[in-house]
Design a protein around this ligand. Structure first.
Ligand code: TMP
Length: 236
């Protein structure tokens, strides 16, 4: 049994603890929710449980599809043992349908289905508001090498293919999502952080109802119920 030692990080949605093994950490998911770079704050009852369990299900599915992840073992409803990584300060975003900042930036409506998924990265830096980042700037700043960004892009599209199919099978369209990668002590790039309704846009295939954190961001109501329903659908 893995024990939680010293807390090394507390983010907006998770806490991270050391364990006896320097290669392993324990992540503890909170119900806290923020939006707009922390300007909007709230709680979504039960979110920590849904995000922990959902993320773990999805990461195990992705491992089978050939995407290496940080997942090791779920130890409680809210806690998971993960591989220790140094997180790359990049938010990797793939989009299948226009929404959110894409729709705003280009002045287009939400719901345009793209012929091919898009790939973009933002610089993960709260003080700067996570600005969109050119790949060559990420290389210039030493965040990634050209080879590493190619690997990240390849994994991101593999994740998109797998998640799109998985969610469609439970009546959800994968509009877009954000993932984060980290490097283990030997430099291997693996998928880290979480995959949940906080980090994906999911629309019901029949009604187009938003089934993700946009319900919280945009005060659409049914927030808790929606997180529960997404989890009910995917756990099968
Ligand atoms: P965006 O349209 O606001 O750029 O969001 C794209 C995707 O990234 C969407 O699925 C929500 C997710 N996301 C996060 O996971 N964290 C964030 O801080 C933001 C802004 C978006």
């Amino acid at each position: 049994m893995m024990n939680k030692l010293e807390q090394i990080y507390e983010g907006k949605a998770k806490k991270v603890f050391k364990t006896e093994d320097p290669e392993l950490l324990i992540v503890d998911y909170k119900d806290d929710a923020t939006a707009f770079n922390g300007e909007k704050k709230g709680q979504i009852a039960g979110k920590g449980v849904v995000n922990n369990r959902m993320s773990n299900l999805l990461m195990q599915m992705l491992e089978k599809k050939g995407v290496p992840t940080h997942f090791v073992e779920e130890i409680s409803d809210r806690e998971t043992v993960v591989k220790a990584v140094t997180i790359m300060p990049l938010e990797v975003i793939v989009r299948n349908i226009s929404a959110g900042s894409f729709a705003k930036r280009y002045g287009v409506e939400e719901g345009i289905v793209f012929d091919e998924p898009t790939f973009e990265v933002s610089y993960k830096n709260d003080d700067l508001g996570d600005p969109l980042m050119c790949e060559s700037h990420a290389i210039a700043l030493g965040i990634v090498t050209a080879e590493e960004i190619d690997q990240v892009r390849k994994y991101a599209f593999m994740v998109n293919d797998a998640l799109k199919e998985f969610f469609l099978a439970v009546g959800l369209k994968l509009v877009d999502f954000k993932i984060e990668f980290g490097k283990t002590s030997d430099g291997t790039i693996i998928l880290a952080d979480e995959i949940s309704p906080d980090t994906c846009r999911l629309w019901d295939v029949e009604t187009n109802k938003k089934m993700d954190k946009d319900r919280f961001r945009r005060d659409l109501g049914d927030v808790e119920e929606t997180y529960q329903e997404v989890f009910e659908r995917i756990k099968g």
